[in-house]
Design a protein around this ligand. Structure first.
Ligand code: NAP
Length: 281
């Protein structure tokens, strides 16, 4: 059997076109402030991609680049300014931040109604309660992919590998809210293979190339690879051994071209939602 490859890139293009259409009907352009601190090359690429997505969706991107040695105060001042800036609907602080800055303090300083990444404790709490206005971008992107391919998590056993605050935990919550039975695995899970073999839907969000092999996947399972790793040749890849697992799974996301583009599309969707709420009709 050869799995259906779930095309996150094509879906993201479709979603972004819909956002452009919706955004054009608002009385002003939605605005997203993107704050980058320091010189992390990967972060610079992510920020450039976000600028491109904004342009595609008709969203105004306000870019702020602070130096590597910026103080926590500098970042908090800028966040405060963006909280009060009328043309800015959403604020994104690109992570990771340099070590002198406490990430938690910065994320908590973002006004919850502009927190389009959904990392503020108020929004995290709403996610737990199933009352999220902003869904966290990566898990929301995964859910959109499942919906697009007609895969209903309801009544299924979903295994999420990884328990980070930005991916694993909220991923488990979104699946739970759609009536899945969810198991969360992590680095201290004793027998990962046995857990993964239980999965009707397996989501891997670890960051270890080759972690998920074909013998860990139940025949016919849906496999979602969230990870973005570099292999020895420097090529972008996920956690899943794609070639072998695609012979066992029924559906699978590729890396690149799977969850990554949908994460970015969901950021645009959240920015549109933020604007819609703030702009008078
Ligand atoms: P993270 O904060 O480093 O979390 C990794 C998780 O994996 C942790 O919960 C860790 O367990 C668990 N883990 C580590 N080794 C394991 C093992 N051998 N078996 C089972 N679990 C193990 O990473 P993250 O921020 O969640 O990101 C995860 C991956 O997704 C990375 O590759 C990242 O680049 C990618 N990512 C992709 C997107 C996208 O748009 N596609 C967005 C965000 C992140 P402990 O908690 O016990 O340490």
């Amino acid at each position: 059997m050869s799995a259906v490859i779930m095309d996150g890139k094509a879906l993201a293009e479709k979603v972004k076109a819909q956002i452009r259409e919706k955004a054009s009907k608002l009385r002003r352009q939605p605005g997203l402030a993107v704050i980058l601190v320091g010189d992390n090359p990967a972060s610079q690429v992510y920020v450039r991609n976000k600028e491109r997505d904004c342009a595609q969706c008709g969203i105004m991107c306000y870019d702020y680049h602070l130096p590597q040695d910026a103080s926590q105060e500098d970042v908090l001042d800028l966040v405060e300014k963006m909280n009060n800036y009328g043309a800015v609907d959403g604020i994104l602080v690109q992570l990771p931040l340099p070590e002198q800055i406490d990430e938690r303090v910065v994320l908590e300083a973002i006004a919850p109604d502009k927190d389009v990444d959904a990392f503020h404790p108020e929004n995290v709490g709403r996610i737990m309660q199933g009352q999220a206005y902003y869904k966290p971008c990566t898990p929301a992107g995964v859910m959109e992919i499942l919906h697009e391919y007609g895969i209903d998590p309801g009544g299924k056993h979903c295994v999420v590998v990884g328990r980070s605050n930005i991916v694993g935990k909220p991923m488990a919550m979104l699946l739970l809210h759609e009536n899945a039975t969810v198991t969360i695995c992590h680095s201290r899970t004793p027998d990962l293979k046995a857990q993964c073999l239980q999965a009707d839907i397996l989501v891997s969000a670890v960051g270890k190339t080759g972690l998920i092999t074909a013998d860990m996947v139940k025949p016919g399972a849906v496999v979602i690879d969230v990870a973005m790793n570099r292999n020895e040749a420097g090529k972008l890849c996920g956690d899943v051994d794609f070639a072998a697992v695609s012979q066992v799974a029924s559906y699978i996301t590729p890396v690149p071209g799977g969850v990554g583009p949908m994460t970015r599309a969901m950021l645009m969707e959240n920015t549109y939602k933020a604007a819609k709420c703030r702009i008078p009709k």
